[in-house]
Design a protein around this ligand. Sequence first.
Ligand code: SAH
Length: 363
Amino acid sequence: MPAPPASLLDLDADALKNWLSERGEKPFRAKQIRKAIFDGRAESLSDVTTLPAALRERLAAELPLFTGQPVRHQVARDRTEKLLLRFADPSGKTPAHHVECVLMRETGRRTVCISTQVGCAMGCVFCASGIGGVKRDLTRGEILEQVLRLDRLLPPREQDGGRITNVVVMGIGEPLANLRNLTGVLEELTAPDGLGLSPRRITVSTVGLPAQMRRFAELGKPYNLAVSLHAPNDELRSEIVPVNQKTGLHAVLEAADDYFAATGRRVTYEYVLLAGVNDEPHHAAELAELLAGRTAHVNLIPMNDVAELDFAAPGSPATGRFAAILNDAGVPATVRKRKGADIDAACGQLRRVAEREPVSLAV
Ligand code: SAH
């Protein structure tokens, strides 16, 4: 498969210095360029007037800052914003690929949610992203572009609410199936001359791939890990999360325990509540037993409707009861707040619409 067009964001600081020196440019230009991207919120390198005109032209032609095209920008009543980005398909077989990213605002916090793949191979039965499988991994540049485009929607840095405070890798795709590219992105998000976020402000959500969870721990950084559990036993989990047939629940929990031991970060277990499937009090009791004695937190996510799928969220009494059983057993559990409900902010849904109907939308 040919590589997608290179972007400036595919290069780390050293690679950028090399690129510049191969072209007879001074390595200190790398610092100027990175400052313009990460602090100056440049939209394109043509705007960076501290650079010589010839270099600006060369960068614009050979190493564009952004390679995606925003084809939709939605703003919800709660000011959650969602971008649908179109990236070229390197194989040329389909017109283009779409991914989504979301900006969520809460008091004192601006969280962005980013995608790591076009589609997803995991096939969780309730999830919109897996319908149609995975097309390809996103590049490091394409993942970073999502963060930087959302950053440019915020007020100036020095103003209240002007900074991204948290990043959650919970968009389309299985992040740990694209760990190589993700690692480069996380380095830029935490680099002092990048976005400068603390690793403690970054959460990666995985379906639960034990070998990759261990490799993620080996990065040696206190990133938060969220594990999509969705069922308290192997039989049910294998029905809801098909990849469990290969991994098994036990190995997932063991890898999560090892993650906690290595990083000291409390693991979050995500549990999508599907009415009549995994939401009965006996499921909650079994889950409490499974997690008792572990330093864990359960995030209950009422199912977000997906047009093509037949699952529904339980009502709020059943949801509250489920949470209470866990909390009473000493396993901290909270119900995830819904953000951007009026714009289909549940990931994967806008992409599905866009790929069904040709998009020719203004931003
Ligand atoms: N592949 C990663 C990231 C997925 S998205 C993972 O499996 O964790 C983040 C969370 O949203 C996951 O827990 C995922 O299972 C959940 N999710 C997916 N579709 C959903 C839906 N329709 N309603 C509620 N949660 C959903």
